[in-house]
Design a protein around this ligand. Structure first.
Ligand code: 5AD
Ligand code: SF4
Length: 467
């Protein structure tokens, strides 16, 4: 799409919200948004929920109770796809009981043609299908569905548009994700994200800071800056601004007590960024730095643009400059052509970097990516590699977690401990969880908590001070 400017577009969507509101007024209608996948999708879901609230819908307590049910999908690995089809199967019975129910599916999976075809063919009762590029048009799509009664399918191949100033319903009162950029230009050979999320586009820094200020005014104390590759933030903007500069500015917004960010690509992480983090306690002592593989040969095949030793060198610099920092990672086991020796290189990096946490994934073939055309490995072999990686990373992370035992750390209270209503769950800057008796604290408080007992990947502790 071309030509529409942001302000015009957001005014247009607000107009559609008003028009839907006229239709829903006084009917006590409810919505539910179900999110699969990453923080980026969580954020998109907050935008959809925000529009629905503006349109007069209230949050439902179950999928079945909803009058508008939205599935925001993920396609980064295959099992997410399977989960959606299972859920859509169940939806049929909801709709048999409640004919007026509107089912919408959106997100990354919808950017794949074969998915839309399958839904059209086998799940014809789905009312609205849209993709990642036109989420901001949700109000218009819903209005058109209500108005016409027919199925709406609207998928865009690309967009260069970023529409600001639309409503968003925060999932948490005290923390919020903030998009700083959309899309990805890296084309790692296994990854479908660049195809379903499009080219990299950075948001205007003024808009980003304004959103953080508004969040702080609402009581948000922690923000997470979101992008597929935050380290390349700023490309293509009129103002010359690096990610490190943006981060520094975000951390200086009054009321903001902690700033996190996700995700960093090792090839683009600058010394300037390391310095900014080191100098600024508000920025979390946590860097998520996806390794993917420790083998130079596999890294090359993956199109990652760094080597085993350069990754280790970067991690060493980060640990040296930022005391107490935690470094977490993503690792893929079973990429095409990976041998036992390649896995050993990955294990070696785990031992040398001493990751504080890792998400380990079995390689998943995504059609349309270069790696999908390479010769795939035997599943049993992949499973074996995965188990080796997982075992090593879990041992190392457990050892790493215990290094804070006995320390007093700043903890943000996140909510009630699921297992014990007399206790809270909170998080330290390094992203470790701690449980402790509630006393007089409340959700969103920043406390001083002693980390008394290490339970593997989390702590039990007690409050020793506020602020
Ligand atoms: N198979 C397995 N894992 C993948 N990831 C991305 N694409 C794939 C794939 N095809 C993992 C990477 C990335 C994380 C978000 O998901 O590790 O960092
Ligand atoms: Fe996928 Fe690589 Fe982009 Fe991350 S950096 S979203 S792994 S292509």
């Amino acid at each position: 799409m071309t030509g529409t400017n942001n302000e015009k577009e957001s005014a247009r969507q607000r107009d559609y919200m008003d028009r839907v509101r006229v239709l829903t007024e006084g009917r006590g209608l409810k919505y539910m948004v179900v999110t699969f996948g990453c923080q980026m999708n969580e954020k998109d879901s907050e935008k959809i929920a925000g529009s629905l609230q503006k349109m007069g819908y209230e949050k439902a307590s179950s999928e079945e109770e909803a009058d508008v049910l939205v599935y925001n999908t993920c396609t980064v690995r295959e099992n997410a796809d399977k989960r959606l089809y299972g859920r859509l199967g169940v939806c049929k019975s909801y709709k048999e009981k409640k004919k007026e129910m509107i089912i919408a599916v959106c997100g990354c999976m919808m950017q794949e043609e074969h998915v839309v075809e399958r839904i059209r063919g086998s799940y014809a009762y789905v009312d609205i299908i849209f993709g990642t590029h036109n989420i901001f048009r949700f109000a218009e799509l819903l209005f058109n569905r209500l108005d016409s009664g027919s199925q709406i399918i609207d998928i865009w191949k690309e967009t260069d548009e970023i529409v600001e100033d639309l409503p968003s319903a925060r999932k948490y009162s005290f923390k919020s994700g903030i998009n700083i950029m959309y899309g990805c230009d890296n084309f790692c050979s296994y990854c479908i994200v660049p195809y379903v999320r499009g080219r990299e586009r950075s948001r205007d820094p003024v808009e980003i800071i304004r959103e953080i200020e508004r969040a702080a005014a609402d009581g948000v104390v922690e923000v997470m800056l979101l992008g597929q590759n935050v380290n390349s933030y700023g490309k293509g903007l009129d103002t010359r601004v690096s990610f490190a500069m943006l981060l520094k500015e975000a951390a200086s917004v009054p009321g903001i007590r902690r700033v996190r960010f996700m995700t960093s690509h090792p090839k683009d992480l600058s010394d300037e960024l390391i310095d900014v983090i080191a100098e600024n306690e508000i920025i979390a002592r946590h860097i998520h730095l996806p390794l993917q593989s420790g083998s130079d040969r596999i890294l090359k095949e993956m199109n990652r643009h760094y080597s085993k030793e350069s990754y280790i060198g970067l991690a060493d610099r980060i640990r040296k400059e930022i005391p107490d920092v935690s470094i977490t990672t993503d690792i893929i086991a079973g990429f095409p052509g990976e041998t036992e020796r390649d896995v050993e290189d990955t294990l070696d990096v785990i031992e040398r970097v001493r990751f504080d946490g890792a998400f380990t994934f079995e390689y998943s073939r995504r059609s349309g990516t270069p790696a999908a055309d390479m010769e795939q490995l035997d599943k049993v072999f992949v499973q074996k590699s995965f188990d080796r990686v997982l075992k090593t990373v879990q041992r190392v992370s457990r050892e790493q977690a215990s290094r804070f035992k006995g320390r007093t750390m700043e903890v943000l209270v996140e909510g009630e401990d699921e297992k014990d209503p007399a206790r809270y769950t909170g998080r330290i800057s390094q992203n470790l969880v701690v449980h402790f008796p509630k006393e007089t604290a409340k959700v969103g408080d920043m406390l001083q908590v002693t980390l008394d007992e290490c339970m593997g990947f989390y702590y039990n502790g007690k409050i020793i001070g506020h602020g």
